[in-house]
Design a protein around this ligand. Structure first.
Ligand code: SF4
Length: 396
């Protein structure tokens, strides 16, 4: 494990270093084999670190992974071998936005590198307490679209159910980070039942999306009950699950879970790979188990500054997903969530990446780049058609 020498977590990456990395990454557009191999490499991968002594069975047990998540700055300091004082600037952040990282996800990163794209997604950053122009705790106006607590009903034919506020890893760019600390009176079934009742009395709802938090953190029994209850409502035709577990806790997708989910088809599964290094043998196996159970798996990435907002990384991510049969579905422009400005990439840059990808990547691997409109006014596709048409003189 490499030592960190006095650098605070969340200290902004050095602009020069960023530029050098970008230059290197973009050097051989549209992506040489060398570049593609390089994008998957992690020189100082942290590995199992503190957990070197645990058995393979424990490491592969999702409940062990959950129990051993890093939940405090003290533990994080221990894992990355730095004095806890060097993380002091993150103390106030973690009171508002707690930390949670699985040992598995930590094992994939170079913890000594502040710009590591996986580290940046889960390590707290003092900038999370800033508020930039246009940012909001609830940028999509979800709270205003809830006829009952936890159920977002914005479109006539579908709704989204926030089944839990717990996640295996708390992603620092999350657009629902406002709910991480919410207290919920009563048990999980008591929380969910009023949402089921709303769905049952609303015949226009033919599709229900289970989201959170992470629905796969519910017990198998509760998830089975919930899916079965929804499936029994005559007008509910399609169920969808949004979960990042294949990326951050892939051992959660056990053969038993996949078999249970299979019973509730048609069921669609959306996950969120944001970087090619998240495509590992473990995450591949998790997706494969879902696919083998007849559950299509799609991906919804977020365009994140310094993480995947360059052509080479995005291309590696997309073709990596295609290789493991996960369909790239959306690439989201990062929402104007409070304190997430340091993750927000430039839209024009995003469109340029998409335009380059359009010429060099199979259509099967191309997601739709979209902006979720603030206030919940729906998704707008961000496309380069107009500029491309002008370049070709089609506007004349
Ligand atoms: S797993 Fe999803 S809901 Fe949970 S923190 Fe990450 S982005 Fe947010």
């Amino acid at each position: 494990m490499k030592n960190i020498t006095g650098s605070a977590i969340g200290k902004p990456c050095l602009a020069g270093r960023d530029k050098a990395r970008d230059k290197k990454k973009n050097a051989s557009l549209p992506g040489s084999p060398t570049l593609r191999a390089g994008a998957f490499a992690c020189v100082h991968r942290i590995g199992r670190g503190l957990w070197g002594g645990v058995s393979a069975a424990q490491w592969g047990d999702w409940e062990w992974q959950l129990q051993n998540r890093v939940r405090s700055l003290e533990k994080l300091a221990l894992v990355i071998n730095t004095p806890v004082e060097s993380l002091a600037a993150c103390g106030p952040v973690t009171k508002t936005y707690p930390i949670a990282v699985t040992p598995y996800y930590l094992s994939l990163m170079d913890a000594a590198e502040e710009c590591d794209p996986l580290r940046r997604q889960c390590f707290p950053d003092p900038r999370e307490l800033d508020c930039s122009l246009g940012e909001d705790d609830d940028p999509l106006g979800e709270e205003r679209a809830m006829p009952v607590p936890g159920l977002i009903h914005r479109y006539p034919d579908r709704c989204l159910v926030i089944v839990t506020n717990v996640c295996a890893v708390y992603c620092r760019h999350c657009n629902r980070k406002r709910i991480w600390c919410n207290e919920r009176p009563g048990g999980v079934r008591e929380w969910i039942q009023p949402m089921i009742d709303h769905i049952a009395r609303t015949p226009s709802l033919r599709e229900v999306i289970l989201s959170g938090g992470d629905p796969l953190l519910l017990s198998e029994g509760v998830l089975d009950w919930l899916l079965g209850t929804l499936r029994a409502i005559p007008h509910v035709e399609v169920l969808r699950i949004g979960s990042r577990a294949p990326v951050t806790l892939p051992m959660r997708v056990t053969p038993g879970l996949a078999a249970m989910l299979k019973r509730h088809r048609p069921l669609w599964f959306n996950t969120q790979f944001n970087h090619p290094r998240e495509i590992t043998p473990e995450s591949t196996r998790a997706c494969e188990r879902l696919l083998m159970a007849g559950i299509p798996v799609s991906n919804q990435s977020v365009l994140l500054k310094g993480i995947n907002d360059d052509y080479a990384t995005m291309r590696d991510l997309l073709i990596g997903l295609e290789r493991i049969s996960v369909r790239p579905y959306y690439l989201f422009q990062c929402d104007p969530v409070r304190g997430v400005n340091h993750f927000r990439a430039d839209i024009r840059g995003g469109m340029e990446i998409m335009e380059a990808l359009r010429h060099n990547v199979s259509g099967l691997a191309l997601p739709r780049y979209v902006l979720d409109c603030p206030g919940g006014r729906g998704k707008i596709p961000l496309q380069h058609f107009f500029n491309s048409a002008c370049e070709r003189g089609w506007d004349k």
